[in-house]
Design a protein around this ligand. Structure first.
Ligand SMILES: C[S@@+](CC[C@H](N)C(=O)[O-])C[C@H]1O[C@@H](n2cnc3c(N)ncnc32)[C@H](O)[C@@H]1O
Ligand SMILES: [Zn+2]
Length: 319
């Protein structure tokens, strides 16, 4: 570990708070201990662990297994889904809420922000590896509803494709909103609710796939990735059954597994997400447009026909 990285790690450990009682934690050997309520949390492979994988284990598996980060694409997606330009990140304290394998933490770290990535699953191992050249990034394995972090301590908090995987999306939204400083920005991307008949088909499929052994589901996802590589089919059949049409095959397998494996997957409306921002004390609320352009694409998107597309809102915290 470089001396910059060691200093950053010390700063991270010093900034962490007990998720039970909020007191500062002390590092004793390889464990963070709370002097007040006596909770203790191990630091394993340089990552403080406040929780295990639990219902999100499929994410630990997929992010550690597949190589799906692509620098240019990730920078473009990050800007589209957060509404913030890379040039505005320098010097900001940033929280990547549900960082997965760390592709967007890397984007922010490379743009000069100080980043904490938090994820419930073992995906944090991959995130730390992906960002190992960035001493201004650090990771914790923690539940976003009980983060070991100081309230109102981040200039910018973003969460891309995360909160709908909890048993209660809104409780995650509200808990993470509390981390934003007054005047700070909060950007959230959630799955969009599709047409009722698409929701019925998807729920029926996922009732089966979420119970499959991961090895078996991955074999199905290989077929999905094959379909996703077929022209025409990958723009039509996927309005009925979701599979990824990403140009890279490994991304298609990973994205399709990402859709069918997680225990919880809720779909939301723009109005719902906007109302959460208002109720949590945000203004300058903006609905962000989808990343892709094109008249037909936009029409299909606005009819809620694109499975796996999002509702995407950003806002500024009032004082
Ligand atoms: C689809 S992945 C997205 C990862 C990353 N944002 C990206 O787009 O590459 C969703 C991630 O959210 C994490 N997650 C879901 N619910 C969470 C919670 N309550 N606390 C922390 N992480 C959570 C999962 O473990 C998973 O890695
Ligand atoms: Zn405590």
């Amino acid at each position: 570990m470089s001396s910059d990285a060691a200093t950053a790690q010390q700063e991270l450990l010093a900034s962490l708070r007990c998720p039970v009682c909020g007191r500062a934690l002390s590092l004793v050997a390889d464990s963070l201990e709370c002097p007040s309520c006596h909770s203790a949390y191990p630091v394993v492979d340089g990552i403080p662990r406040f929780t295990g994988d639990q219902h999100l284990a499929s994410f630990g598996r997929q992010w550690n297994k597949y190589e799906v980060a692509h620098a240019d694409e990730d920078r473009a997606t990050f800007q589209a889904k957060t509404g913030i330009a890379l040039t505005d990140l320098h010097g900001l304290q940033v929280l990547d809420a549900g960082c997965g394998g760390g592709r967007y933490s890397k984007v922010c770290g490379e743009a000069g922000a100080s980043v904490i990535g938090a994820d419930h699953s073992a995906a944090v191992i991959k995130a730390r590896q992906l960002c190992s050249h960035l001493p201004n990034t650090a990771f914790v394995q923690a539940d976003l509803k009980h983060l070991p972090l100081e309230p109102q301590s981040f200039d910018f908090v973003f969460s891309i494709g995360v909160m709908h995987h909890d048993a209660d999306t809104k409780s995650v939204f509200d808990a993470v909103a509390k981390l934003v400083k007054p005047g700070g920005r909060y950007s959230v991307w959630l799955y969009r609710r599709n047409q009722w008949w698409q929701e019925v088909i998807n729920n029926a499929l996922r009732r089966r796939t979420t119970r499959m052994a991961p090895e078996k589901l991955e074999r199905w996802c290989e077929w999905g990735a094959w379909l996703g590589g077929l022209p025409v089919v990958n723009k039509t059949l996927n309005k009925l059954i979701n599979f990824s049409a990403h140009p890279n095959r490994e991304n298609r397998v990973c994205d399709t597994f990402d859709w069918y494996a997680p225990q919880y997957q809720y779909h939301h409306t723009v109005a719902e997400l906007q109302s959460w921002f208002q109720a949590a004390g945000f203004d300058q609320i903006q609905v962000l447009p989808p990343e892709k352009e094109g008249t037909l694409y936009r029409w299909v998107y606005e009819q809620d026909l694109l499975i796996g597309s999002g509702v995407n809102v950003t806002g500024i915290r009032k004082n």
